[in-house]
Write a protein that binds this ligand. Structure first.
Ligand SMILES: [Zn+2]
Length: 184
């Protein structure tokens, strides 16, 4: 339903807004899914791990969960969102997550955002921002900044492009493409 739904204010619930948008239920759902991600992050802290959790939602249901396991697995890529995406791929049997929403307790880093972009994730909702995390060393704002400029101008690492002899028609790409055609 388009437009706005009017809700009568009551004295015992003074904080309830007089007017809310018609997607009120959707907003509530977002809040509850986000709370699930925050709860996962809180439980992860209790496990002496980093304070991050994420869930993947498809058709209104959680299909995958993830918590940060960098220290536990000694895996620099084991971010909550990334592990949730892996679990979602396993749950759906697909590398595509079109139509899925990722709820993350903290603002996703560029690695996780890129993984979501590649998988076709449709919505991303997060709770704590980089600004909220910065005083605790839990912001990836600098990483985002470092990666936001064209590759030749990036200075966080020495990045070298060494084109192979067959770069105009890479044999490994050609072989792969031919196999794809054969399987189609
Ligand atoms: Zn990340």
């Amino acid at each position: 339903m388009a437009g706005r739904l009017r809700i009568k204010n009551t004295a015992d619930k003074p904080s309830r807004p007089l007017v809310v948008s018609s997607d009120f239920r959707c907003v509530m759902t977002d809040t509850s899914f986000l709370q699930e991600a925050i709860d996962l992050a809180r439980d992860n802290v209790a496990e002496k791990s980093r304070p991050f959790g994420a869930v993947v939602v498809q058709d209104g249901a959680i299909i995958a969960r993830g918590v940060n396991r960098m220290d536990a697995d000694r895996d620099p890529t084991a971010h909550a969102e990334l592990l949730a995406l892996r679990a979602a791929g396993a749950a759906t049997g697909s590398t595509r997550l079109d139509g899925c929403t990722v709820y993350a307790s903290g603002q996703p880093c560029p690695m996780c955002l890129a993984a979501m972009r590649l998988a076709g994730v449709t919505r991303v909702v997060f709770a704590y921002s980089n600004e909220n995390g910065a005083p605790y060393g839990l912001s990836t704002a600098q990483v985002t900044q470092d990666l936001a400029v064209p590759l030749p101008l990036q200075s966080w690492a020495e990045i070298t492009h060494l084109p192979p002899e067959d770069c105009n028609e890479p044999m490994i790409y050609k072989t792969w493409a031919e196999r794809q055609e054969g399987e189609a």
